[in-house]
Design a binder for this molecule. Structure first.
Ligand SMILES: Cc1cc2nc3c(=O)[nH]c(=O)nc-3n(C[C@H](O)[C@H](O)[C@H](O)COP(=O)(O)OP(=O)(O)OC[C@H]3O[C@@H](n4cnc5c(N)ncnc54)[C@H](O)[C@@H]3O)c2cc1C
Length: 282
């Protein structure tokens, strides 16, 4: 998006295997952006147009697709009655999209140093890059970098999440959300290479306790002949509110999408560019 403004941009990333974005399900649902949970993390600059903007931009840049989802309750009076929720989008190849960025530098920034022309970014081996403006979007590792650079840290807690990948002869073609209780769901989504990805709500409810056997048990119940292929783990960055703020002259820190950060990213990018004084996107 910054390139759209004619800016020269480089992403420096150390490719942490447990980062939020690399382990996200790549789902986007309208329902996540309203209600009690969202009102807690909603920053004051967010309005309903930000969601529409997110869908528009991700459709353009990341080939996001509106596919809807099947919802199957396993509790209450509608038990076993499948319904369709049209307002769900998926990104077919999330990792492919993250890896598609061309101007990427593989490396770990250990410290930032203020210089007259902007910022110097340093690794253990010395200088990696210089830039007039910098965005720190380091997820749960943001504070390591801020503290090492003598910049005021923020509150960011790691919320562990995980998912399993299964292979079935008849994979689903759109997401299926199985409601196990009012506070717990398990989502199956079609993934690339004929796999299905199974993830859940991670909040420690009485029923969930974040146990892996909850995921594998639900997979066995819904797809008894599927084969378990792999398990992945990632950290969601949790901040009291989604955090996109100026930390110093020419420096912005952004993180804290909790479990819905992916869908917020276009509006976050727009705000980052405005805070850095780099121009207004459409
Ligand atoms: C299992 C799981 C499922 C999820 N599903 C969804 C979903 O379906 N939809 C949705 O919207 N959200 C989802 N999320 C949430 C979403 O992934 C996060 O909210 C979002 O990715 C957070 O983005 P971030 O940029 O703040 O942090 P991250 O994605 O963690 O990015 C931080 C990046 O900074 C790099 N880094 C850190 N320190 C350094 C350093 N010193 N030098 C260089 N690089 C560094 C890391 O390698 C990483 O690439 C999910 C998260 C998890 C864990």
């Amino acid at each position: 998006m910054a390139k759209e403004l004619g800016l020269e941009v480089a992403v420096i990333d150390d490719g942490k295997k447990k980062s939020g974005s690399r382990n996200a399900a790549g789902l986007l649902s309208t329902s996540w952006f309203s209600g009690k949970f969202f009102s807690k993390i909603q920053p004051n600059w967010w309005d309903s147009k930000c969601f529409d903007y997110g869908v528009e931009i991700l459709t353009e840049f990341a080939k996001l697709r509106k596919v809807g989802e099947d919802v199957l309750p396993f509790y209450g009076e509608n038990i076993g009655k499948k319904r369709f929720n049209s307002k769900v989008w998926i990104l077919d190849d999330l990792i492919g999209f993250l890896d598609s960025y061309s101007n990427k530098i593989d490396g770990k920034v250990v410290r930032l140093e203020k210089i007259p022309t902007g910022w110097k970014l340093l690794s253990t081996g010395g200088e990696i890059a210089r830039s007039k403006k910098v965005l720190i979007a380091a997820g749960v590792w943001s504070n390591q970098l801020l503290e090492a650079s003598g910049i005021c840290p923020i509150v960011v807690d790691p919320l562990p999440g995980r998912a399993v990948f299964i292979r079935d002869k008849k994979p689903i073609t759109r997401p299926l959300r199985v409601l196990r209780s009012p506070y717990q769901h398990i989502t199956f989504r079609p993934w690339i290479n004929g796999l299905m990805r199974v993830g859940d709500t991670v909040e420690a409810t009485e029923l969930s306790q974040s146990k892996l056997d909850v995921l594998t048990g639900e997979s066995d119940r819904m797809f008894p002949f599927a084969k378990l292929e792999k398990v992945i783990y990632g950290f969601r960055p949790v901040t009291p509110k989604v955090y996109v703020e100026k930390a110093a002259e020419g420096l912005v820190v952004a993180t804290g999408g909790h479990r819905i950060g992916f869908g917020m990213s276009p509006a976050v990018a727009k705000r980052v560019l405005a805070l850095l004084g780099l121009g207004e996107l459409k």
